[in-house]
Design a protein around this ligand. Structure first.
Ligand code: FAD
Ligand code: MG
Length: 313
């Protein structure tokens, strides 16, 4: 069966299972992705995460093992990134409304008032429930759940004996297994200044995930200024540390997704240091506004700049 493209997780997803792709297997993967969306989406009132958010400041809410597991990873990355990645960022995401029909720059006072609620240390869990301890707190898994979904799509395919697969969940990419001709996979990183219409970089890898966070994916403009969807939880404003896009390469898309968001917020130096010091099995590539390409050392061997207007540093 040919590769399948469909909308899930608020984005265009494509799944290619190559010669092992049966209709039943494509359906199983699509259903698994929709199930994950059904558990993690803040846009669906019926989701587990929405239930937790509704009960903020009121009571703990029983959640599934997978919501707890993803939350654990989110909290670990929050801790290691000094809160640059923060699953409690929900109140700010809702206030800005980037990606909704009515985004607007909020009052500085309104932003300041929410900052105490954007505190991942105020999330309690006991192995079966999650409790947001203050009214107005709100979980948001938009920076991590697509990665989890990519890992799960690969797991379903691998369990069914699929030899190779290409999973693309709105730029959250997983290439699994060996290509038929034995060559490495090539994954492109979009040109962040051209709405991703062409490629800035290319990475060669065996089997693994490539996840990019960029300021070109979701944004609005007001008075000539661009406001994008990746919020610096320390300031309450879209993160602006000179990063156009941050890409993380590794084996676990769940972690790569959280870390690409963290690296974007932290900026080039601190973002690369986070990867090198805390996640040495993974790599990062950062494109900056002054047209530099910076990376963790190992990936330089397999990454190629495709645009002459960027220079490696
Ligand atoms: P990433 O950098 O990976 O993540 C950015 C997103 O993470 C932001 O959009 C915000 O949600 C959150 N975030 C912002 N700042 C931080 C921070 N400092 N720390 C942690 N997280 C942060 N889109 C729709 O339009 N409609 C939908 O119905 C919809 N449903 C979705 C359901 C699920 C389960 C998921 C995972 C996503 C859904 N989306 C939906 C898309 C979502 O709103 C984000 O746009 C998307 O996840 C961002 O992915 P990214 O790779 O571009 O950016
Ligand atoms: Mg992310």
């Amino acid at each position: 069966m040919p590769p399948q493209t469909f909308v899930a997780l608020g984005t265009v997803c494509s799944v290619n299972l190559y010669e092992d792709g049966t209709e039943a297997l494509y359906r199983r993967i699509t259903e698994r992705l929709r199930q994950i969306e059904g558990a993690f989406s803040v846009n669906l009132p019926s989701s587990e995460v929405s239930a937790v958010n509704r009960m903020a400041g009121i009571a703990p809410v029983p959640v599934s093992a997978e919501v707890l597991a993803v939350l654990e990873v989110a909290l670990a990355v929050a801790e290691k990134s000094g809160g640059a990645f923060n699953p409690a960022v929900g109140p700010l995401v809702a206030l800005w409304g980037v990606g909704t029909e009515t985004p607007a720059v909020p009052d500085a006072d309104a932003i300041r008032a929410l900052l105490p609620l954007v505190d991942y240390r105020k999330i309690q869990r006991d192995g079966a429930t999650v409790f947001l301890t203050e009214a107005g707190m709100r979980l948001d898994f938009g920076g991590i759940a697509k990665g989890y979904a990519a890992d799960e799509a690969v797991r379903v395919a691998a369990d069914a004996g699929v030899r190779r697969a290409l999973i693309d969940l709105g730029g959250n990419i997983y290439v699994y297994g060996k290509k038929a001709d034995g060559t490495a996979w090539r994954v492109g990183v979009k040109n962040p200044e051209n709405a991703g219409a062409d490629l800035a970089l290319q990475v060669e890898l065996a089997s693994g995930t490539v996840v990019t966070s960029g300021r070109y994916e979701r944004f609005f403009e007001q008075d000539g200024i661009r406001y994008h969807h990746i919020i610096d939880p320390a300031t309450g404003y879209p993160a602006e540390r000179g990063v156009l896009s941050a890409t993380v390469v590794g084996q676990l898309s769940l972690l790569a997704d959280a870390l690409s968001t963290a690296a974007f917020v932290l900026g080039k130096e601190k973002g690369l240091a986070l990867l090198q010091n805390e996640y040495p099995d993974m790599d990062a590539l950062i494109l900056t506004a002054d047209h530099r390409a910076a990376s963790t050392p190992r990936i330089r061997q397999t990454a190629t700049l495709l645009r002459g207007d960027y220079k490696w540093e």
